[in-house]
Design a binder for this molecule. Structure first.
Ligand SMILES: Nc1nonc1C(=O)N1CCN(Cc2ccccn2)CC1
Length: 245
């Protein structure tokens, strides 16, 4: 899968790509990442990419011509890839969209800076996406968040094949269950005995029950989006009863 990132800070992207799952994905040839710097497409000697907003107002905006030229170059290198603009005005990125993106050949991500971009650039943007209702300094982190979430879904990218499939949100929208590892006792707290039982069916049931209970307690909005099976309803009732004890 090929990602083309349009950014005036390519090092913010390449620096992060040297480590972790994205770095390994590049090394394995599972993903290719290219950056395009609008400054390289600026038609003035100062490589200017921003200017004051018409109508006044604080801050600067990214000018359209360098961005449009960078988008055209990215499209030529990544034909058919949708152009996504990361911005607080976008639709909220959820795991369902991440899984859909994992199925495409390529993505072009536009990382904005300053107070935003000239509105006329949006004629070349297929969709706007937000990683959350807060305002960052630029779109590079959101682009990396989207890329990493998508890359984790690519077959062969993660060490343990199941880990992406077992992602809590990938498990049809439940929060993750508690996890434990050695030592068995920490601060007087023991590992739940079910996890030491070797009874894998019982362990699976316990983990599902914990995920259901946690989701009900912390994210009832997420649980409301899921139709529970009879077994899941029973597990959740038992969880609530134990919790109430
Ligand atoms: N939250 C987010 N989820 O995606 N992107 C963000 C985000 O905060 N940012 C910071 C501002 N940038 C520039 C900007 C400013 C105003 C309007 C449009 N663009 C975009 C990326």
């Amino acid at each position: 899968m090929r990602f083309d990132i349009i950014t005036i800070f390519p090092e913010l992207i390449h620096g992060y790509l040297r480590e972790g799952v994205l770095g390994r994905g590049q090394a394995k040839g599972l993903i290719q990442v290219h950056t395009w710097n609008p400054r390289d497409f600026s038609d003035n000697a100062y490589r200017r990419v921003d200017d004051r907003p018409f109508g006044g107002g604080p801050g600067m905006l990214m000018m359209a011509p360098p961005l449009l030229a960078a988008i055209a170059a990215a499209r030529a290198a990544n034909p058919g890839a949708p152009v996504l603009y990361l911005s607080p005005q976008g639709q909220r990125l959820q795991q369902s969209a991440v899984q859909d993106f994992a199925g495409v050949e390529g993505l072009i991500l536009l990382a904005g800076r300053y107070e935003g971009i000239d509105e006329r650039v949006l004629a070349e943007v297929d969709a706007e996406w937000s990683i959350g209702d807060y305002v960052l300094a630029g779109g590079e982190l959101p682009a990396l968040v989207l890329m990493e979430a998508v890359a984790r879904q690519l077959p062969g990218l993660l060490g343990h094949a199941d880990s992406a499939a077992e992602d809590s949100f990938a498990d049809a929208g439940l929060l993750d269950c508690p996890h434990y590892t050695r030592p068995e006792v920490v601060g007087g707290k023991k590992v739940p005995e079910v996890l030491l039982s070797g009874d894998h069916a019982r362990i699976r049931r316990w983990r599902l029950q914990q995920s259901l209970g946690r989701t009900a307690e912390r994210r009832p909005d997420v649980l409301a989006q899921r139709v529970l099976s009879a077994q899941e309803q029973q597990l959740l009732e038992d969880y609530r009863r134990q919790d109430g004890e």
